[in-house]
Design a protein around this ligand. Structure first.
Ligand SMILES: C[S@@+](CC[C@H](N)C(=O)[O-])C[C@H]1O[C@@H](n2cnc3c(N)ncnc32)[C@H](O)[C@@H]1O
Length: 269
């Protein structure tokens, strides 16, 4: 574990910045289209409820919406920006009678933060692309998964990793970044997951189904452009955003679970 990286001071400051609070809180009013489609993607998997973890949960807006969209889970969330986000998020969750545990900490150290805990569903939504070392983060995600790990991130169909460090001069002087928008080779991510016990790997492109207007103030704002066939491409500032949903099964499949039950073997230890 000691070889694992830690989030650095600059990234911690960026994510804890007060001017990010509005981004997290407005998601409670209406789930992003990506969250609605991610829930649809997960519902097609053979998932059956239990313990769920949202890594990089922000103020808990995805936990709030997924509690309704994907019933049957008890949620835990982890985020480095617990202060300032969790007090606001807990109030929203409590008002909706959602019993979730929010833990402040670095997701490079999940196994230390959540000792001995294993989850049936682990979510990493728009977080892998924003970290400096995605392989270390992935290993930690896989280490706490006993069922499905579901990732929404930027992936490439060609065997190329792209590291993007963006500085946003449209933001206040002390919070211009750098922000990572890394794109990872899907094949390499798959191989890493397979080296760590992945038994199934499902990937799907996410194509947004609403228009997002071009911003009037240019910076790292997300907007869409229409293709001639009506499909939409997403951009953030000057960057094309190849979003995909990826599901990685770590635990036994349904047939194996049934067989184990017949033989009296407990797969969860
Ligand atoms: C782009 S936001 C996505 C938030 C949320 N998942 C969503 O879908 O809106 C990335 C989140 O990851 C968190 N984060 C970034 N690096 C982290 C780290 N090393 N450990 C824990 N959280 C981290 C940030 O505080 C932020 O809430």
């Amino acid at each position: 574990m000691d070889n694992y990286p830690r989030i650095d001071v600059t990234q911690t400051r960026i994510w804890k910045d007060e001017d990010r609070v509005a981004y997290h809180m407005r998601q409670f009013d209406e789930a992003y289209r990506s969250s609605v489609h991610l829930a649809r993607f997960i519902r097609r998997l053979p998932v059956g409820g239990g313990e769920a973890l949202d890594v990089g949960c922000g103020a808990g807006a995805n936990i709030y919406h997924f509690s309704r969209l994907l019933p049957g889970y008890r949620w835990t969330g982890v985020d480095i920006a617990g202060d300032p986000l969790f007090a606001l998020g807990r109030a929203k969750l409590k008002a909706a009678s959602i019993d979730a545990t929010l833990v402040e900490g670095d997701f490079y150290r999940l196994t230390e933060l959540l000792p001995g805990q294993q989850f049936d569903l682990v979510l990493s939504v728009q977080t892998l692309s924003v970290v400096a070392d995605h392989e270390a983060a992935l290993e930690q995600l896989l280490a706490v998964t006993r069922g499905w790990l579901v990732i929404s991130s930027l992936f490439s169909d060609v065997d190329v990793d792209v590291r993007v460090e963006a500085t946003d001069y449209a933001r206040p002087a002390n919070s211009q970044g750098p922000f990572f928008y890394n794109v990872y080779s899907l094949a390499r991510v798959r191989h890493l997951c397979e080296r760590h016990g992945c038994r199934d790997f499902v990937a799907e492109d996410f194509e947004i189904d609403v228009d997002l207007p071009r911003p009037t103030v240019y910076g790292l704002t997300t907007y869409t452009e229409r293709l001639a066939d009506g499909r939409r491409l997403q951009f953030t500032g000057p960057l094309f955003q190849p979003w995909k949903f990826v599901a990685v099964r770590v635990g036994p499949n349904e047939a194996e679970q049934g067989e184990a039950r017949m033989q009296g073997v407990d797969h969860d230890g």
